[in-house]
Design a protein around this ligand. Structure first.
Ligand SMILES: Nc1nc2c(ncn2[C@@H]2O[C@H](COP(=O)(O)OP(=O)(O)OP(=O)(O)O)[C@@H](O)[C@H]2O)c(=O)[nH]1
Ligand SMILES: [Mg+2]
Length: 261
């Protein structure tokens, strides 16, 4: 049984289809952020696009892509479902390791795609066989280093665990691209499990660790942080780009990325 439908939506994103201009009726605040309802309306347009077990199966897209990464069970798929206000768009589960391929979801109103969300399998799940772990490390490392249209990375982290060694390695992997303009957000998930004091402390630590990126608290259960994250993702996806973002140039057969496990 497959987790996802296998057919792409009727109007697929295509090269050159990037739409960076907001619709005329949309209200944008002076800082460039939309009102929350605009950002939520945009996220609600998310549709399954494709699933790719390996990098070469990913479609080449000329659309800003936002990747959700983090340890297994951190809440990536749940976060995507919450942000898009769809119960079963991404496959969330109590069992760690449920997301096993890169799953892409396209966004955009009236059939015009203007961004893509990518749900990535988590790392750090001990029960995964060694071979599968190594394969996945290579795929994810290469994805993060080379995906040309990658605009932003959202690193989801359970604040009760904090940023683990594997998360730190991931930060190292993307650092060169962050320096070149890749957007980066540490999202402290399951904030409903923390007291107010614990949440404040976790957020200040994450802000120190995220090296120039953003850090936010998030709870799918309590819908905490939803407006801010939705606005940020909208802003990042619609921000005019000064120059096309270059990939680091590696391919899956070139240099091995640092091991994530
Ligand atoms: N209390 C609480 N539980 C959450 C929250 N977000 C996710 N969860 C739970 O955490 C578990 C894992 O969620 P997933 O979204 O499947 O996690 P994932 O990061 O996609 O996991 P993998 O696909 O294995 O990498 C599920 O049981 C969710 O219900 C949250 O904000 N609060
Ligand atoms: Mg998942």
């Amino acid at each position: 049984m497959t987790e996802y439908p296998t057919s792409a939506p009727s109007s697929s994103p295509s090269a050159g289809a990037t739409q960076n201009k907001p619709h005329k009726a949309e209200k944008i605040t002076p800082a460039g952020y939309p009102e929350p309802k605009i950002a939520h309306g945009w996220l609600h347009t998310a549709r399954f696009l494709t699933t790719a077990p390996q990098l070469e199966h990913l479609p080449v897209l000329d659309l800003p892509e936002i990747a959700f990464v983090g340890r297994s069970n951190a809440g990536k798929s749940t976060c995507i479902n919450t942000l898009t206000q769809q119960k079963r768009l991404a496959f969330a589960s109590k069992t760690p390791g449920r997301t096993q391929s890169i799953n892409l979801f396209s966004l955009g109103k009236q059939g015009v795609h203007d961004a893509v969300l990518a749900d990535l399998p988590g790392y750090g799940y001990a029960a995964v066989p060694r071979e599968a772990k190594l394969r996945w490390q290579r795929v994810m490392g290469n994805y993060l280093m080379t995906r040309p249209n990658l605009r932003a990375v959202v690193l989801l982290c359970d604040p009760r665990l904090g940023l683990t060694e594997l998360d730190e390695i991931l930060l190292e992997v993307i650092r060169p691209r962050v320096e070149q303009g890749l957007k980066f957000l540490v999202l402290l998930t399951k904030a409903d499990k923390l007291s107010r004091a614990e949440a404040t402390k976790a957020l200040s630590i994450a802000r120190l660790q995220c090296g120039g990126g953003e850090a936010r608290l998030f709870s799918a259960l309590k819908k905490q942080g939803l407006d801010e994250v939705a606005q940020l993702l909208w802003f990042w996806s619609h921000e005019p780009q000064a120059q096309p973002q270059g990939a680091a140039g590696a391919s899956e057969t070139e240099d091995e990325p640092p091991a994530l496990d």
